[in-house]
Design a protein around this ligand. Structure first.
Ligand SMILES: NC(=O)c1ccc[n+]([C@@H]2O[C@H](COP(=O)([O-])OP(=O)(O)OC[C@H]3O[C@@H](n4cnc5c(N)ncnc54)[C@H](OP(=O)(O)O)[C@@H]3O)[C@@H](O)[C@H]2O)c1
Length: 265
């Protein structure tokens, strides 16, 4: 193990954003454990990164949509003492409308994007709290705040990731545990082809390179930012949005309905 930084576990590390996180975190000095279904792709990523950086890179092939495999990864997180960082990145997308999409596929999406991310977080947080240190990076999406953009179940799953992370950040504030939630916009990975829309069909000016996305998210992590939206050029727009939300807090539960809900005389 890296004496200084410990081990980072990255889900969905066989391609795209997760593989770039693996590369960048190893370059920073983390040892790695890479999780995804494709054992051959994981081995290729692990071999390339360990040759380049000299770090220890292990693979843990698992289908996080499968209850038994997920339980195996949870047990690994609970029982491995040197894990210092978890990147919950594995995720499925969807671009089809409700009437065109298959409910069983949508259910699988919820299992991966919501259930797996939640269970892995539950598996690692007690250890981080006990140690007074540790970092959780959850990969959401801009559809968390723009669920009208793609498939609604996908948007809903990422709104869950944002809300769950907001609660974690709040709840773990005084524990020494760091939480970051990253909201990528369109990023050039296999995600789009799997979701049914090849990335080449999108206007190039709205598509970010996965390397740029991860490098920006790591700059934000170093600065202690909680909600990170690399494509949002004017960060004050999010600050205004968040200030409006904060202004409602404390006013959202009252004994009487607001006057505007009174029946007309
Ligand atoms: N690309 C974008 O435009 C974009 C935008 C916003 C947010 N995101 C989010 O970014 C994250 C990474 O996506 P990406 O763009 O890098 O796409 P990607 O290249 O398709 O990567 C997805 C990763 O998840 C793994 N994965 C998929 N199903 C899995 C399962 N059942 N169990 C374990 N691993 C599984 C895949 O590996 P295997 O196939 O080997 O299992 C792969 O490593 C996702 O959460 C996605 O929602 C992407």
């Amino acid at each position: 193990m890296s004496e200084l930084l410990g081990t980072a576990v990255i889900t969905g590390a066989s391609s795209g954003i997760g593989a770039v996180y693996a590369d960048r975190l190893a370059q920073r000095g983390y040892d790695l454990v890479l999780v995804a279904r494709s054992a051959d792709k994981l081995a290729e990523v692990a071999g390339r990164i360990s040759a380049k950086t000299g770090r220890k890179v292990d693979v843990l092939p698992a289908d996080l949509g499968d209850a038994a495999d997920l339980a195996r990864v949870e047990a690994f997180l609970r029982e491995t003492p040197d894990i210092t960082l978890l990147v919950n990145n594995a995720g499925l997308g969807g671009a089809l409308k409700l009437v065109d999409s298959d409910i069983d596929q949508m259910t699988s999406l919820i299992t991966l994007n919501v259930t797996a991310l939640t269970r892995l977080t539950y598996a690692i947080v007690p250890q981080f709290i006990a140690r007074g240190a540790g970092t959780i990076v959850n990969i959401a999406s801009i559809v968390a705040i723009n669920p009208e953009a793609l498939n609604g179940v996908y948007g809903g799953s990422k709104a869950f990731v944002l809300a769950f992370s907001q609660n974690l950040w709040h709840e773990l504030a005084d524990t020494g545990v760091t939480v970051q939630v990253v909201l990528p916009g369109a990023t050039a990975t296999d995600f789009w082809a799997i979701a049914g829309v090849p990335v080449e069909h999108l206007p190039s000016e709205i598509v970010m390179r996965s390397e740029d996305l991860v490098d920006a998210a790591l700059v934000a992590l170093d600065r202690g930012e909680f909600v990170t939206i690399p494509p949002l050029q004017d960060g004050t727009l999010f600050d205004t949005y968040e200030a409006a939300r904060q202004a409602m807090i404390g006013k959202l539960s009252t004994a009487t309905p607001a006057p505007r809900y009174r029946k007309a005389a």
